[in-house]
Ligand binder design. Sequence first.
Ligand SMILES: Nc1ncnc2c1ncn2[C@@H]1O[C@H](COP(=O)(O)OP(=O)(O)OP(=O)(O)O)[C@@H](O)[C@H]1O
Ligand SMILES: [Mg+2]
Length: 387
Amino acid sequence: MAEHKNISAKILVVDDEPNVLRMVSYALQAEGFEVVVAQNGNEALIKVLTEAPDLVVLDVMLPDMSGAEVCEQLRKKQETIDLPVIMLSALAQVSDKIRCLEAGADEYVTKPIAPEELLARIKALLARFRQVRRSLPKQPGKVLGFIGAKGGVGTTTVALNVASALVEQEKSVVAAEIRSSYGTFSAQLNLVQPQGLVRLLEHDPGKIDAREVRLRLADLPSGLRLLVGPQCVAEYRGMESKQVEAIIQIIGSMVDYAILDLPCYSSDANQAAIRCCDMVALVVEPESTALASGIVAVEQMKSWGVYGKRLGIIVVNRAPLAIPINLDQLKTMLEHEIIGVIPTAAEALITSQREGLPVILYQPNCDVSKAYIDITKRISASAGWIR
Ligand SMILES: Nc1ncnc2c1ncn2[C@@H]1O[C@H](COP(=O)(O)OP(=O)(O)OP(=O)(O)O)[C@@H](O)[C@H]1O
Ligand SMILES: [Mg+2]
């Protein structure tokens, strides 16, 4: 028989009954497990992300939603798709069990349960899960970099809207500002954010792990999570390539899509970030200075090994143009596919920014939103993006 005695793990116990929480936590802690608790479904959904438990003991009847609904939500997200879940219920009806098992629970036990039995089930499930996980390499998420041909061309606006559109497609997404100086996610979304990237950069690359990264992410109500860059000069930090690689690799392993907002200057750290990308979208404006910078940027990407299907061009018309742009000419100049053209939308962007929302969430039916959504569809449908 397998030996499960000293398996160490963090367990999230979800129950609205303080007595059950106390009893189960005590039994688990006595066996050396680390325990975190939640008293309703929403708190549980937050804690699975911020605490990264190894297993969840989930009550079926919670005040805000059913345990089965919590379980369904967990199964929809890349980072919790296979998180072991034991449902704990006072209901012994076969139909209740079936509902929970269909929602993705691994086990269903009825209360009252002897603590020894619950412990034995937890240990067996953890051991089985770890064995399966070892034999199945996890498919990492896609890493998409957005980089401007020069500053101020609309790159961050594209990155945040594409990231939000992917969330609308029920993908798990982290958008990260990987830059050593000022990042505008907070300004665009009206957020007062704790330090994100800056705190991660305090660590040696080997010390940056999934738990540390999760702690530094900001959760938006839409479901999008952000790693916010420096917010003032005092937070400007040099970044080592190895730190950047560690952060991107961890984010990529947590989600379906990592969206990187990258600076347009050349540096070792930026090169490292770009090398981590499955695809890079270069954002240009159809005006001569931005296009000249675009040509140089394409040259730079090529020298870093990013070209062909790994590189796409997004054209942003920040100002209305008297002369329409010729996309074929642009494609020839920049030698790469145009994956989208964003129309002028100063007003829609200003009003959505005032509300702290990406425009695709605030005015999903306006032309600029449709353009961001189209780009997102092309991005998610593209099979050609390989490392
Ligand atoms: N399609 C558009 N039409 C009109 N204005 C736009 C459009 N896209 C972006 N803008 C505006 O352009 C300004 C710069 O946008 P954004 O911050 O996204 O650019 P950036 O390239 O990320 O800049 P930075 O180099 O500072 O990071 C913002 O005020 C934004 O609202
Ligand atoms: Mg920007």
